[in-house]
Design a protein around this ligand. Structure first.
Ligand code: AMP
Ligand code: ZN
Length: 485
């Protein structure tokens, strides 16, 4: 059975044919790391986590890069506004890299908590300024960029004459003139040859904090450039899959594709499959930091087990919009409980004689694969797994060995969807949420003890937690804890 993926480059589902028949290279646009991850961000990362896990399940080796944006993403797409990281750092009175360090730590902790498979590389933009400057020089040399007043712009019209610029999303340059692409700003009129041109290098104002010397000015890179550079550096000039949210369909990804081709001066497509995940909404509006209508991952993890959040993600197709609410998450909790109960039932079952679950195991593997091969149809895969789960429940008088095999199949396939059920986890009968609540309770007791200057007892709680691998950190907002790995 072969995998089909919806390719935004061609606007259709296509059979997946990797450049190297055994291994797959993926680049995913990652977090702009100025604030906490919200459930919308996490839903998009979960989609690529499932893609990665499914490819591995099908027998491929996967090399997955997800960048972390710590410079260059401005509050306005039209090369204007403030740098998001610098703005947030100023508000918190932190050095920008201090904020980034703190946020990166949190991001890893939360990605781990959500059972996202670790990526092979999480490169950061600030670590690749030299490569970016080199690439801008290459693009100028190849005739697709020009310098004006210390900034460098990509010449979209010139590129379009040779290569067809806006192929992603099926738009034409004319559409862009009348649509969202025809953005005009003061800077554009003053400095850009055409409103479609975008900045590769931006001359910094004197008060700008994050800036680097370059042949053109003391400045900083345009946002789109980093993904081209980190993609080329870690995956090569041509690779298999590039992913992002639908907000990247324009202008981020066409700009990235244009840069890729201009840097290497090639005509071939730099990336074969471009995948885009739809947005999570709240009451119909896109969940976003700027709208303030978001739930952070850390606040949800206080109330819900990670598997419940992952059940929610797996229940929606990555290309479908989905409205988020706590009620919807409650539904996911019930769904997840059904899987967990089946697994517990198998553990508590007696040995029977029958063997008639064998066909069901073959059936679910085929159905699962068929659903996932169809552009990662996770909602269909989930409904098949729920049916499989009920079939197991109805046949608990089966032989223990076949029940175990059915249970392992269920655990394995849920794992491909990022819903991780470790074998030993539920045998204690204590959920992860309960453990977290108890740790929080211990920390509250410790705070009380400290207020009463009973430091010996307070320190004892911290030290005992540390022995169990739980590190307590005191911060301005109170104590925090994380699991040391
Ligand atoms: P940002 O930090 O805003 O650059 O976003 C990081 C990633 O999360 C990008 O891939 C975005 O497309 C994605 N994203 C942002 N908001 C949402 C949302 N409401 N639903 C799904 N994905 C989102
Ligand atoms: Zn990107």
């Amino acid at each position: 059975m072969s995998l089909k993926l919806y390719n935004t480059l061609t606007n259709r589902k296509e059979e997946f044919d990797p450049i190297d028949e055994k291994s797959v290279k993926i680049y995913s646009c990652g977090q702009t790391i100025y604030d906490d991850m919200h459930v919308g961000n996490a839903k998009t990362y979960a989609a690529w986590d499932i893609l990665n896990r499914y490819l591995v399940w099908k027998g491929y080796e996967v090399f997955h890069v997800m960048n972390i944006t710590d410079v260059g993403h401005l509050t306005d797409d039209a090369d204007e506004g403030e740098d998001k990281v610098e703005k947030a750092a100023k508000e918190k009175r932190l050095e920008p890299m201090e904020l980034v360090t703190e946020q990166v730590r949190k991001w890893y902790r939360e990605m781990d908590s959500l059972d996202m498979k670790r990526h092979n590389v999480n490169p950061r933009a600030t670590g690749h300024i030299i490569e970016m400057i080199q690439a801008v020089e290459d693009i100028i040399d190849n005739g697709y960029a020009y310098e004006k007043n210390g900034s460098v712009y990509f010449d979209v019209k010139k590129f379009h004459e040779d290569h067809d610029y806006p192929r992603l999303g099926g738009r034409t340059l004319e559409d862009l003139r009348t649509g969202a692409g025809g953005r005009v700003s003061k800077e554009e009129l003053d400095e850009k040859r055409s409103p479609f041109d975008f900045a590769l290098w931006i001359k910094a104002d004197p008060e700008h904090m994050m800036k680097w010397p370059s042949p053109w000015s003391l400045g900083y890179p345009g946002w789109h450039l980093e993904c081209s550079i980190m993609g080329i550096k870690y995956l090569g000039e041509r690779f298999d899959i590039h992913t992002g949210g639908v907000d990247h369909i324009f202008p981020h990804h066409p700009n990235e594709r244009a840069q890729d081709m201009a840097i290497a001066d090639i005509n071939e497509e730099p990336v074969n499959y471009w995948l885009h995940s739809e947005h999570i909404t709240v009451e119909g509006e896109k969940m976003s930091k700027s709208e303030g209508n978001f739930y952070t991952v850390s606040e949800l993890l206080e109330e819900f087990e990670p598997q419940v959040i992952r059940t929610f993600f797996a229940s929606i197709h990555y290309r479908s919009q989905s409205d988020f609410s706590l009620e919807v998450l409650e539904e996911s909790r019930k769904k997840f409980e059904r899987f967990r109960n089946t697994i517990r039932n198998v553990k508590g079952s007696d040995n029977g004689e029958k063997d008639d679950l064998k066909d069901d195991i073959v059936w679910i593997k085929e159905e699962f694969q068929e659903a996932m091969d169809d552009d990662l149809n996770t909602p269909l895969a989930m409904s098949k797994l729920l049916e499989f789960s009920s079939r197991i429940n109805k046949k608990l008088d089966n032989k223990k060995s076949i029940l175990e095999e059915a249970k392992e199949t269920l655990v394995e396939l849920l794992g491909v969807l990022g819903i991780i059920l470790e074998d030993g986890e539920e045998s204690e009968g204590v959920s992860e949420t309960a453990v977290k609540k108890h740790i929080d309770l211990l920390l509250k007791i410790r705070e009380n003890l400290r207020e009463k200057s009973e430091y010996d007892l307070a320190d004892m709680i911290r030290d005992e937690l540390k022995k169990s691998g739980i590190v307590v950190e005191d911060s301005e907002d109170g104590p925090r804890w994380y699991v040391s790995r």
